[in-house]
Design a protein around this ligand. Structure first.
Ligand code: GLY
Ligand code: MN
Ligand code: MN
Length: 473
């Protein structure tokens, strides 16, 4: 008898059962698969990566399952750099670029193959296919990805042998697959440069990615329409209703949400990353709703609207809202090829600083307040970020390529100014406390300016009130 699992109801596996399980299975190899439409784009992305590191071996793992408790795991989400370079979403995979003498690379992909049925693991191991779902065979993965595939169970030994010989410099992305990382001999600083390069290669989206960004935003628009359409149910229940309603759309049309939805009613709106979403939704207050659908290809939108729950803004709410709206307009107006990346941030923050000086909340003049960053007490965050496979995309790019760089066609970024007056802020009048407003849209930089991908959602205070009136219908 094989050893039984602790606290399992079965006491073991008899020889007879083991033999019974191993036989009588059909050949289910799929011969009908076709290449992933993304495969030629992924090949071009690999060619760009290859050009950055001639003569070096590059290892880009996809990551492993993470235990939640005992044999329960979190949903698997592959490392975005691996997805970008392969189009693949399999766990326990790794892309390897092996240098050639001509300066280019040969790419191949380690994959966890299908379970053999010659031992008990295939039906008794909780991460086996019969428990978690079918994987591709290596031959199937080769067809889909357009890459030679190898059995990942030999990856650690192969790469340990290859890297300990020391003849070919090797880099691995760290923090993704601890076992593979432990097996290879690499240098941390040089590994960081690989992650930088992978981030920088995602700054400009290709045509296929732009299509996915449009899909992400379009699904998100439908999710906002669903959630706001059910605002009265949220008033009867809580922020949880908004969260759940949007999540249903995200699961229906995409993989999931691209980040924890922020469904922040009342003074929760002043908490930048309020994802607990368990509070009351009260008429007279604002709802700050920040959410994005992640497509099945793992590209995410990131959109915020701030709405008056009763349908109309109070005078103070409208003053704050309109100031944020004007700041967003000022920021978006700067977004075009050749502009400094920082321009939209500066334009929006200067506008907010001027309003805060006008209201008497910070000391002017406005330019001085901006230079000293005084508006940050009420604006907190930067005004936007790159968007793509990660909500805060390209986060490892060098400053000179990203925040100190220049906009190019194909970049996708958010513009999301906000004002947040904390409920315990004694420097503002009582009726301003607990008000938080953010407006966030997703912009594609085009050849001659930008396209607001999320423009279908009402944005000005008048448009938002008209939207609320339609919802209340
Ligand atoms: N949802 C996170 C952000 O807006 O950056
Ligand atoms: Mn957001
Ligand atoms: Mn954002």
């Amino acid at each position: 008898m094989a050893k039984a699992r602790k606290n399992g109801l079965y006491t073991g596996i008899s020889e007879e059962l083991s033999a019974l399980m191993r036989s009588g299975w059909a050949d289910t190899e799929r011969h009908d698969l076709t290449p992933d439409p993304q495969a030629p784009y992924a090949a071009r992305r690999r060619a760009a990566l290859s050009a950055r590191f001639p003569g070096e071996r590059l290892v880009i793992p996809s990551g492993n399952l993470k235990a939640r408790s005992n044999d329960d795991t979190y949903p698997f989400r592959p490392y975005s750099g691996y997805v970008h370079m392969t189009g693949d979403q399999a766990r326990d995979g790794a892309l390897v670029l092996e240098p050639r003498a001509d300066g280019g690379h040969d790419a191949y992909c380690y994959q966890l193959p299908r379970d053999a049925r010659d031992n008990d693991e295939f039906w008794s191991g909780y991460t086996a296919e019969l428990w978690m779902g079918r994987r591709h065979s290596l031959a199937e993965a080769e067809t889909v990805l357009g890459l030679p595939c190898r059995d990942v169970r030999s990856a650690a030994a192969d790469l340990a042998a290859a890297t300990s010989a020391g003849t070919v410099p090797t880099r691995i992305v760290r923090g993704v697959d601890p076992a593979l990382e432990a097996a290879v001999t690499t240098d941390e600083d040089r590994d960081d440069e690989l992650e930088e390069a992978l981030s920088e290669l995602r700054l400009v989206k290709d045509e296929w990615e732009i299509g996915e960004m449009r899909r992400a935003v379009d699904s998100t628009v439908r999710g906002f329409t669903d959630a706001i359409g059910e605002l009265s149910r949220a008033v009867e229940t809580s922020e949880r209703w908004i969260d759940g309603t949007f999540y249903r759309r995200a699961r229906l049309e995409g993989n999931s949400v691209g980040y924890g939805s922020i469904c922040a009613a009342g003074d929760h709106a002043t908490i930048m990353h309020w994802t607990t979403n368990d509070g009351p939704v009260r008429p007279g207050e604002l709802l700050l709703f920040d959410a994005g659908v992640e497509t099945t290809s793992l590209y995410t939108a990131d959109v915020t609207r701030t709405l008056p729950i009763s349908g109309t803004f109070s005078d103070v709410q409208r003053r704050v809202y309109d100031a944020v709206y004007e700041a967003q307009e000022a920021g978006m107006a700067t977004v075009k090829p050749g502009a400094a990346y920082r321009d939209f941030h500066e334009a929006a923050q200067r506008h907010l600083a001027a309003r805060l000086v006008e209201w008497g909340f910070i000391e002017g003049p406005a330019d001085r307040a901006y230079e000293l960053g005084l508006q940050r007490r009420f604006t907190m965050a930067g005004t936007g970020h790159m968007l793509g496979l990660d909500v805060h995309d390209c986060a490892h790019a060098r400053n000179e390529e990203y925040v100190d760089g220049v906009l190019e066609p194909g970049m996708v970024l958010t513009v999301e100014p906000g004002l947040y007056f904390q409920p315990d802020d004694l420097t503002v009048p009582d009726e301003w406390r607990g008000i938080g407003v953010r407006i966030e849209d997703d912009l594609l930089v085009t050849e001659d300016g930008h396209e607001n991908l999320s423009a279908a959602l009402p944005r000005s205070s008048a448009e938002v009130e008209a939207w609320m009136a339609r919802v209340a219908g």
